[in-house]
Structure formats: C-alpha cells, structure tokens
Design a protein around this ligand. Structure first.
Ligand code: SF4
Ligand code: SF4
Ligand code: SF4
Length: 273
C-alpha cells in the first residue's frame, strides 16, 4: 500500500475540499467538480505507481482539458490570472479565486508544483512538443514573468476603469489569453528547443507557485550517500533542477513539477518522493 499512499492522500484531500465547499456554499457543483479532479489525480497516481508510462499525461489531460474546455469555454469562467484579479476586485469568492487558492496558493504547501506537472492546460499542450529534455543553457529571462504579472493586473484594472469589466469581457480575455499563451509557448519551445521554456521564463503564475512550493511537503528527496553522480537525473529533468542534491535550496528547486522522470532513471534509487 505504501506506493499508493500519496495518491490516496491527495484523493482524500480533494474529496474533503469537495464536501467542505459543497456544504458551506450549498452548491452541488463544488462536490462534483473537486471529486472529479480528486479521482483523476488519485487514479493517475495509482497508474503511475503500477508503472503505466502515460499516467502523468492521463492526469494532465483529464484535469487540464476539463478545466480549459468545460469550466473555461463552456461554463465561461476565466481561470487565468486575469480571472483571479477580476474576482478579487469584485470581492467574489468564485471559481477563479477558489481555483487559485487551492492549486496555486495553499495547495503547493502540500503538493508543490504538482499543478504544473499534472493539471495545467498550457503545459498539457507544450509537453506534446518534441523538446522534452532541455538542450539550451538556462537564460536569465526570469524577469519576464514579473512583467507578465504586472500586465495581467494592469489589463483588468483598465477594464474596470473603462467600465468594461464583466463576465463576457473576462470570457473573451480568457480565450484571447490562452491563444497568446499557446502561441508564445510553442514558439519559445521551438526556438529554445525546450518544451518548458514558457514555464521557466514567461508564466506569471510562478510568482505564487515558486515561493509556496519551496515549503512543499511532497518533494523529490535525494539520499546523497546513495548518489554516484552519474548525472542521469539532471539530463532528463525538464526543469533543470539540481535534483541530486537534497537541499530545498538546490538550484531551480522551486521549479520542480514532480514529474518523477528523475526517480525513474536513477540507477541507485537515491531519489524518492
Ligand atoms: S509554469 Fe505556468 S504554464 Fe507552466 S505548467 Fe505551471 S502554471 Fe502552467
Ligand atoms: S525530473 Fe525530477 S527534479 Fe526534475 S521536475 Fe521532474 S520530478 Fe522534479
Ligand atoms: S541519477 Fe541517481 S545516482 Fe545518478 S546523479 Fe542522479 S541521484 Fe545520483
């Protein structure tokens, strides 16, 4: 049962959130929504534990496409960062704020950047590109994410100033924002030969995710006594984490998306989650 422990815990956490939000708001949607996400994550974890090659992709697509297509395009909820600003400025505890609170503020204290590895609908597409192992050296472009963060807030503030901030405009912004994110993400991946270049340099959400995931309970641990410095883990890591060190301050530590590619290739089982 030990290998299923994380999956069971994550499923129970999402189920608890589902029941809590359902009972506190009286809205059945929350029960169905978070139960579905919890089942996808739990099932994906079990499939991973039994060694199915596409377990992570299964979770990524079942959660990511649900959020993008059903909640975003059909229910017309802006689940991007602009949606968060909109809800906050309206003082609404709605889908956008709840999504951010769970996936991007408090959740990372438990599951780090699991969102980025298993649920994000932007990365779900970027991960299909052929540049799975980083070839390019790391650029000093991380400042772009702060510009994007400021721009996202500025756009929503402008909509309020123009009296155009409403659910319809936010839906159009969601569609436009995703088209821009996919276009920039794919272009950057091709230019840098790195599927996750968008995540490393552009994505504004990392401003929340990085500091919170530093304290994550779930993390890749390295038993340095077992490590023979073969470098295999460093080669497969899509996020350039110095994972063969155990410190929380290892290089790019807060970029880890918990994909576990490193644990699979380690010949001495020095890496565990
Ligand atoms: S860094 Fe941003 S784009 Fe990349 S997976 Fe995380 S949330 Fe998605
Ligand atoms: S390969 Fe390992 S260190 Fe790199 S992102 Fe995946 S889980 Fe994290
Ligand atoms: S793959 Fe394992 S043994 Fe090799 S460097 Fe990484 S942690 Fe050390």
């Amino acid at each position: 049962m030990k290998k299923y422990r994380s999956s069971i815990i994550l499923f129970l956490v999402f189920e608890a959130i589902a029941v809590w939000l359902w009972l506190s708001t009286g809205n059945l949607f929350f029960l169905l929504n978070f139960s579905y996400i919890g089942i996808c994550i739990g099932l994906g974890g079990v499939l991973f534990a039994v060694g199915w090659k596409y377990a992570r992709e299964f979770t990524q697509f079942s959660v990511g496409s649900y959020l993008l297509v059903f909640l975003g395009l059909i229910c017309r909820e802006n689940m991007q960062i602009e949606g968060l600003w909109y809800y906050l400025l309206c003082g609404i505890w709605g889908a956008g704020t709840i999504h951010y609170a769970i996936a991007k503020f408090f959740g990372p204290l438990l599951f780090g950047r699991g969102w980025c590895g298993f649920a994000c609908w932007t990365a779900m597409i970027l991960d299909l590109l052929p540049y799975k192992q980083t070839k390019a050296s790391r650029k000093k472009w991380g400042f772009i994410r702060y510009i994007m963060f400021g721009l996202s807030l500025a756009v929503v503030l402008l909509l309020f100033a123009l009296d155009k901030a409403n659910t319809h405009t936010m839906f159009l912004l969601f569609v436009a924002g995703n088209i821009v994110y996919y276009a920039v993400g794919i272009l950057l991946a091709i230019l840098l030969k790195d599927n996750r270049a968008f995540c490393k340099y552009i994505c504004p959400i990392t401003i929340f995710l990085k500091p919170m995931s530093y304290y994550s309970l779930l993390r890749i641990k390295c038993n340095e006594d077992k490590c023979i410095n073969c470098g295999k883990c460093l080669k497969v890591c899509p996020m350039d984490v110095d994972v063969n060190k155990n410190s929380r301050s290892r290089k790019n530590a807060t970029e880890c998306i918990l994909c576990q590619k490193c644990t699979k290739v380690c010949p001495t089982k020095a890496l565990t989650i």
